[in-house]
Design a protein around this ligand. Structure first.
Ligand code: FE2
Length: 323
């Protein structure tokens, strides 16, 4: 296995890489501190969550009174392992059966000990790759050092042949990056790398969150990614699906929506918190030739409950189409 890292403006030099990270960090801090958020449609005012939080409290109280809270709480903590095969049209032969474990929306503050449960469920699978598509915090104001032990645990006990790669979500602040990387998990901020098997290579690109922290560096990052037959994109939310397809990505892995966390019995989410791309909010989908998967999240946010959706770890096996 050989991993080669590139970004939209850098070559392989460490100096340029650190300069790219500095530019990313400067922009990230600017958005984190201002009164507006940024997505692909432009800037929009920070939403007040007071009403939503109040309604959640009422909903939580109703669940407690009816006894349903305990059922929803058990369901939120009962993480399911979802296995699936995804056919990629131009997958190189050497990558047949390439196994990716996809974790998303861990929100460590909500389900205490979730990292131990994840390690238990992943067991000794030793996949080819483990990817994490953001939302490690639940409360944005939490000190990043609070998560050091949790990441350290995941970094120590989860193993993948080509390593572990994480992107940030809209709940995550820039200062979480050194905490994640200290654990041995790499982060990708509008960066790409190549993974090699024999004579073939695939591209892995990771973008910063595009729900709150979209920047115009996202598109050049996709455009300049190494042009291999199979390109995989990691991004927190499904809000740039058409743009990713235009850039020739084969597989788009994301989360963010939690499948609504409280859904309808027909697997549809009630609330998805996406500004665009509602049709890509739950489970498997495709856009043209590009395949996609929106995780329902390994953890939960807001209330520690789920109804008609599962907390999940996705185990994805890449396959070449049957002739
Ligand atoms: Fe989330």
């Amino acid at each position: 296995m050989q991993i080669q890292r590139t970004t939209s403006i850098e070559t392989n030099s460490a100096r340029q890489k650190s300069s790219n990270r500095e530019i990313w960090k400067k922009f990230r801090i600017e958005i984190e501190t201002q009164k507006a958020k940024s997505n692909v449609t432009g800037f929009y005012p920070k939403r007040s969550w007071l009403l939503f939080a109040f309604l959640l409290k009422i909903f939580g109280a109703c669940l407690a009174v009816t006894g349903l809270y305990w059922l929803g709480n058990w369901k939120a903590k009962n993480i399911k392992v979802k296995k699936m095969d995804i056919e990629i049209a131009d997958l190189p032969e050497e990558f047949e059966n390439y196994e990716i474990i996809h974790l998303s929306d861990l929100h460590f503050d909500r389900v205490i000990g979730i990292e131990e449960r994840i390690v238990e469920l992943v067991g000794d699978r030793n996949p080819d790759l483990i990817v994490l598509t953001g939302d490690y915090k639940d409360d944005l104001s939490m000190n990043p050092e609070r998560y050091e032990g949790t990441f350290e645990y995941l970094g120590k006990f989860l193993k993948a042949k080509d390593g572990m790669f994480a992107t940030l979500g809209n709940h995550d602040t820039h200062d979480l990056v050194p905490v994640i990387e200290k654990s041995g998990i790499h982060t990708l901020q509008n960066e790409s790398l190549e993974i090699k098997r024999g004579k073939s290579k695939i591209t892995l690109t990771g973008l910063d969150d595009v729900h709150y922290y979209f920047s115009d560096r996202v598109f050049p990052a996709m455009e300049s990614a190494p042009k291999n037959d199979c390109k995989i994109l990691l991004v927190h939310s499904p809000e740039i699906v058409p743009e990713a397809a235009k850039n020739g990505y084969s597989l788009y892995l994301c989360g963010h929506t939690h499948s609504g966390q409280v859904g309808w019995p027909n697997d549809k989410a009630i609330v998805t918190h996406v500004n665009t791309g509602e049709e890509y909010a739950v489970g498997r989908w495709h856009h043209g030739k590009m395949q996609g998967y929106t995780s329902s999240g390994t953890g939960v946010s807001g209330l520690t409950v789920r109804f008609f959706t599962d907390s999940e770890i996705a185990v994805i096996r890449l396959k070449r189409p049957v002739a």
